[in-house]
Design a protein. Structure first.
Length: 197
């Protein structure tokens, strides 16, 4: 099997970045290979030298994001700090991803349902498992007395939806800086979990 050259790899990476941007702005279904070729500045037929299909691009974007989140979750599961500290670290990671990798994260969160099997089933399973793993950290904190007696699954949904709301921060013309946003969100979201001394 031939190894792709650095030039070919970087061209593919450039195409994937453009694809992610178009998927976010237009939606996966409304984006055509011709649209993408125009944005990259090549003929539509030439696109197939780098990418097999539109669905392959969506898979690449979705699973790259999923891998980053799962790797970070594994680090948190292996961490021996208090649950509330690990939850705060997870939240900061989520917020940072939405700030620094907004396009890719948004596409993976909104457009994954357009994946084809087996990728669709795989990705759906990873999403469910990720939330369960997050909830398990909260449940451990409830058992240790750090966190209020709440429904952990509901807490995860609320926190993840709040982080998704960062989209409005990206659109805002008069906004606080990224660090202030992160600190404010973490303070608000974790204060609702902490058991009062």
């Amino acid at each position: 099997m031939s190894v792709p050259s650095k030039k070919t790899a970087s061209k593919k990476e450039f195409i994937l970045q453009k694809a992610a941007l178009m998927f976010r702005e237009k939606g996966f279904a409304a984006t055509s290979m011709r649209n993408l070729a125009d944005s990259v500045g090549i003929e539509a037929a030439s696109l197939y030298n780098h990418i097999r299909s539109k669905n392959e691009m969506l898979e690449s974007v979705c699973f790259a994001v999923a891998n980053r989140f799962n790797m970070h979750m594994s680090l948190m599961e292996a961490d021996h700090q208090k649950s509330i500290v690990r939850i705060e670290t997870l939240l900061r990671f989520h917020i940072n991803q939405m700030i620094e990798h907004f396009t890719e994260v948004t596409v993976s969160d909104r457009e994954w349902k357009h994946l084809k099997n087996p990728a669709l089933t795989n990705f759906h399973h990873q999403r469910r498992m990720y939330r369960k793993r997050f909830a398990a950290i909260i449940e451990k904190g409830i058992k240790s007395g750090e966190i209020k007696k709440i429904d952990a699954a509901t807490a995860v949904i609320i926190m993840l939806h709040a982080v998704n709301g960062i989209e409005s921060w990206h659109r805002s013309k008069a906004k606080i800086n990224a660090q202030e946003l992160e600190n404010n969100m973490v303070l608000i979201l974790t204060n609702g979990l902490r058991k009062q001394e």
